[in-house]
Design a protein around this ligand. Structure first.
Ligand code: UD1
Length: 430
């Protein structure tokens, strides 16, 4: 199993290209199941989760080619991928596939809308919390789907004439349930109004792509989304928006090590709240023609309290990385996690590098230390693992991060991007 070896202490200087967003690419790829025409996606990151979803979509009947060629492992990055699903050959998403990646549960929306039935495995538990699917089920029921849970599978069927548009207000904001209900409603009879919908940029990106495919969606980016059902959707060409989590992660890495880096092909508006927190921590952030420049020279890191919240609040997917940054702040900070109940797996690992963190319920208290010291640490989930990389970049000596397959799920060419900016990071294969 691969590990990442980091020798800390170097400042970061240079340019880091930001990839297309994993969390937009996944629902966009799933949307290809809604049409028998070709959906072409540009700027798709080359990540383990994307490869896994390619396998899942292939299982449902999608024909997938990368840059015009058949898909092969190890292709180039920032790819253009064509998805054509002339016929759905299988409406079952089996446990073996869904259990590997939670977002694959989302195929339930398009399968149900297009074929009138879907049998999708429950995704099961996850390191960051229980993550139930009740909101998906209640929402699809509101569109008149009949849903039964049996033997670990969700069996969903639509009425004979298809799903029926309805008003549904989510009791809690959910990105995934918003994606799924929006996709399902595009082909429903009549109009659907989703209240308390997620406002994340990835939801807006999906809505824009669905509209390019012929859907009639308005209100995306606000908490009320209206979807007027249409008879069918066509193909489209769509560019995946920049990854705001990758952007914020590298911005925090620069704030941590010091230096001067331009994050290219990204957009400040995608992560205002997080950038504001990084600014308050002492980094200078400015907009450039192609993205964002982040500089921290001289001044130390200041303590900043944050609370995670749905967009436009501070993203839970940057919480671990910000904690990494706060471990070396000059003073005490507090980080409160409100989205997932168990998203503090990184605390024990950061402590191995010398961080002083105590937990009380959903809040972590971080007492900044003047130095971290490299150590062997273990990646526990995607975002937690990159917080260890950030801390390792600033720690003295060697940090060895094991179980890096978590990183490969969400960070494209991480070692290469950091190395080009002067970091000492390498992948070690055992
Ligand atoms: C997405 C992102 C993930 C991010 C999360 C929150 C993708 C592929 N993943 O995950 O990186 O951390 O948004 O921004 O885009 N919930 C329920 N019932 C449900 C569904 C969700 O109680 O049926 C709860 C979850 O347990 C969690 C909260 O709602 O506590 C938010 O989860 P949700 O927004 O659905 O996260 P995901 O879409 O899975």
């Amino acid at each position: 199993m691969d590990r990442i070896r980091i020798v800390g202490g170097n400042k970061l200087n240079g340019v880091i290209p930001i990839s297309g967003a994993k969390n937009a690419a996944l629902p966009l790829m799933i949307a290809s199941l809604l049409t028998d025409d070709t959906l072409t996606l540009e700027n798709v990151p080359h990540l383990a989760d994307v490869e896994q979803l390619i396998r899942i979509l292939g299982n449902h009947g999608a024909d997938i080619s990368v840059n015009g060629r058949r898909e092969r492992q190890g292709e180039s990055y920032a790819r253009t991928i064509h998805f054509t699903c002339r016929n759905i050959v299988d409406t079952t998403a089996p446990y073996e596939l869904v259990s590997k990646m939670r977002a694959s549960f989302w195929v339930i929306g398009p399968l149900l809308a297009r074929e009138g039935k879907a049998r999708v495995s429950l995704p099961g538990g996850c390191a960051i919390g229980t993550r139930p699917v009740d909101l998906f089920i209640e929402g699809l029921k509101a569109l008149s789907a009949n849903i039964e849970i049996d033997g670990g599978y969700v069996n969903a069927t639509a009425p004979a004439g298809g799903l029926i548009g309805a008003r549904y207000t989510f009791p809690k904001v959910s990105v995934g349930a918003t994606h799924v209900l929006m996709m399902a409603a595009t082909l429903a009879n009549g109009t659907t109004v989703l209240g308390n919908a997620a406002r994340e940029p990835e939801v807006v990106d999906l809505a824009n792509c669905l509209n390019a495919m012929g859907a009639k969606i308005t209100g995306q980016g606000t908490s009320t989304i209206t979807i007027e059902g249409v008879r069918s959707l066509s193909g489209a060409r769509h560019r995946v928006l920049p990854d705001r989590i990758e952007t914020g992660t590298y911005a925090m890495a620069v704030a941590m090590t010091g230096g001067d880096v331009i994050l290219e092909d990204t957009d400040m508006a995608l992560l205002d709240t997080a950038l504001e927190a990084i600014r308050r921590a002492g980094a200078e952030i400015t907009e450039t023609n192609s993205g964002i420049r982040i500089v921290r020279n001289g001044a130390g890191i200041k303590p900043v309290d944050i609370v995670t919240d749905p967009f436009p609040g501070f993203p839970t997917d940057l919480q671990a990385q910000f904690m990494g940054l706060m471990t070396m702040a000059k003073g005490t900070s507090h980080i409160t996690e409100t989205i997932f109940e168990n998203r503090f797996m990184h605390v024990q690992e950061l402590a191995r590098l010398g961080a002083k963190i105590s937990l009380s319920g959903q809040t972590a208290k971080i007492e900044g230390v003047s130095r971290l010291k490299g150590a062997p640490v273990m990646a526990t989930d995607l975002r937690a693992s990159v917080s260890l990389v950030i801390a390792g970049l600033a720690a003295e000596g060697e940090t060895m991060v094991s179980r890096v397959y978590h990183l490969d799920r969400g960070f494209e060419r991480l070692e290469e991007k950091l190395t080009r900016c002067g970091a000492h990071v390498e992948r070690v294969s055992d």
